[in-house]
Design a protein around this ligand. Structure first.
Ligand code: SF4
Ligand code: SF4
Length: 102
């Protein structure tokens, strides 16, 4: 079991979540972040940090987001670790608003 980043993170890439992760298990590419399921210790600290509610406990994923389990595992193997907050993508504010998070 692990926590999983889903598609709300796409085109946002706010990185509030990485600051609180005690085991540095976030990875990322130019589009979004992913959680390494081998490293995540299921602490849940990242969930309330995400302004667009992109992070789920794997066991509580809605059916239409289950595919992100595989995506996170695969991408975590091929993308670099992200351990510090970075500037959000230029599209982040508009994306956040479009998702209904003000
Ligand atoms: S805080 Fe949320 S939107 Fe931002 S990088 Fe983390 S998971 Fe993605
Ligand atoms: S649940 Fe904890 S260990 Fe897992 S990604 Fe979030 S902050 Fe890191």
């Amino acid at each position: 079991m692990a926590f999983v980043v889903t598609d709300n993170c796409l085109r946002c890439r706010f990185t509030n979540c990485v600051d609180v992760c005690p085991v540095d298990c976030f990875h990322g590419d130019q589009d979004m972040l992913y959680i390494d399921p081998e490293e995540c210790i299921d602490c849940g600290a990242c969930v309330p940090e995400c302004p667009v509610e992109a992070i789920y406990d794997e066991s509580q994923l809605p059916d239409d987001l289950v595919r992100w389990v595989e995506v996170n595992a695969a991408k975590a193997r091929t993308t670099p670790t992200v351990t510090e907050t970075q500037d959000p993508l230029p599209t982040a504010a508009a994306r956040k608003k479009a998702l209904g998070f003000g």
